[in-house]
Structure formats: structure tokens, C-alpha cells
Design a protein around this ligand. Structure first.
Ligand code: AMP
Length: 214
């Protein structure tokens, strides 16, 4: 089973993807996480990626496609969850070709629908556990007073550089202009399903499970 999560920044793709990893034993491939890893190496490519990601623009198709290609070739799994990939029509075409080479295809594309204004609050208040990636929020899911991750016990919490209002506006523009056309692309293939991304995490999770198990 191969699943794509489609949705604006802050729609909850990563959170739901991690739940599916646990429920279905799939491997999560997040291009955002891979690109952040490439920045921590402090190489020329890492610096270039940072200068594109921090203000909220999309990294070139060539870079992200080669990251996914490499992971698909080197990971043994019964299926993958693509979290934040593809983000352009070019990336979607490349993914179809790559999966074809591996004799597989996309099972379902889950679109997480959210209102853009709700995203500003979600994103600007968001922080995560640096160890396990659990997501928290300054007002809706705060860790105070302990500041200890409830999932893994780490005290290392972090905030993303691009989780500020200005970068978010650019990320939303990039989503609307370059990624939203994928909704029609997958609708035409008959594999698009939409869920309400403003519901509670568990409600969304059961809606997704229902889609995948039908
Ligand atoms: P995310 O963690 O998915 O929110 O991605 C964070 C940032 O990484 C995005 O704003 C882009 O700059 C970059 N990025 C992640 N995935 C892609 C992709 N598939 N194509 C282009 N840029 C990407």
C-alpha cells in the first residue's frame, strides 16, 4: 500500500502519517525531514537548501526527486507514506515513473482540507520534540509546566525556522500555485480522497483508516 498525503502546511500531514506508520507498518518518507537533515550537514548543498526553505519557497524538483529515488531504492518496505511529496505536477509524474520501476503504484491520495486562516495559528504556535518529532502547540497542546515530551521523555524541544507568519504566507502561495493542481491530477486517476483537517486528530485518523480499509 502506497499513500500520499496532500495538504497545505500545518494541515496535519506529518501527524497523520506517523499514525499510519503505527497502524499499517508503512515507511514514512517526508521530503521536508530529508531536506532539514541535509541542512544539518553544513555542506554547500545544505546551505543552498536552507536559503530556499527558510523563506518558504519550494526546493527544485531535481533535488527532491533524487532524494525520493535514493530512498525507494534503499528501503525495503511493504509500502510507503509520502508526506509532503509530490508538491508539483513534475514531481507527481516522476513518482509515477519511479513506482512503476519498482512494480508498484499509488493506492490512495489523502487530501487534508483546512481553512488557510486556521493554519496561521497552528503553524506559528507549533513546536516539536527534537528526539521523536511529537508535535505540540503553545495554546492547544502545551507542554507546560514540565516541558518533557509525553511520548519519549526528552526535554529537547524545537521550533522550525520557517514556522513564522511571513514564511507561512509564501508556503501557502507555493501550495496554492504549484501543489493544489495535484488535486485534479489525482482526481482524474480516481484515487483522491478528502478528509476534514480541522477535526480532532483521532477523528481524522479513523476517517483515513476507513478510506484505506474499504
Ligand atoms: P514540510 O516539512 O513538508 O513542511 O516542508 C518544509 C519545506 O521543505 C517546504 O516549505 C519546502 O521548502 C521544502 N520541501 C519539502 N518537500 C518538498 C517538495 N516535495 N518539493 C519542494 N520543496 C519541498
Amino acid at each position: 500500500m502506497n499513500i500520499i498525503f496532500l495538504g497545505a502546511p500545518g494541515a496535519g500531514k506529518g501527524t497523520q502519517a506517523r499514525k499510519l506508520v503505527a497502524d499499517f507498518g508503512l515507511v514514512q518518507l517526508s521530503t521536508g525531514d530529508m531536506l532539514r537533515e541535509s541542512q544539518s550537514s553544513n555542506t554547500e548543498i545544505g546551505k543552498k537548501v536552507a536559503s530556499i526553505m527558510n523563506p518558504g519557497e519550494l526546493v527544485s524538483d531535481d533535488i527532491v526527486i533524487s532524494l525520493i529515488k535514493e530512498r525507494l531504492s534503499n528501503t525495503h518496505a511493504t509500502g510507503f507514506i509520502f508526506d509532503g511529496f509530490p508538491r508539483t505536477i513534475g514531481q507527481a509524474g516522476a513518482l509515477d515513473t519511479l513506482l512503476d520501476v519498482h512494480d508498484t503504484s499509488i493506492t490512495a491520495v489523502i487530501e487534508m482540507k483546512v481553512d488557510n486562516e486556521a493554519l496561521v495559528d497552528r503553524i506559528t504556535g507549533r513546536y516539536t520534540c527534537a528526539e521523536c518529532g511529537e508535535v505540540y502547540h503553545e495554546s492547544s497542546r502545551p507542554l507546560l509546566p514540565t516541558s518533557v515530551c509525553i511520548k519519549c521523555g526528552s526535554v529537547k524541544l524545537k521550533k522550525r525556522i520557517d514556522d513564522n507568519e511571513e514564511s507561512l504566507r509564501t508556503r501557502l502561495d507555493e501550495y496554492n500555485n504549484k501543489t493544489a493542481p495535484l488535486i485534479e491530477y489525482y482526481l482524474n486517476k480516481g484515487i483522491l480522497y478528502s478528509v476534514d483537517g480541522l477535526e480532532e486528530i483521532e477523528v481524522i485518523n479513523s476517517a483515513i483508516n476507513k478510506i484505506l480499509l474499504k
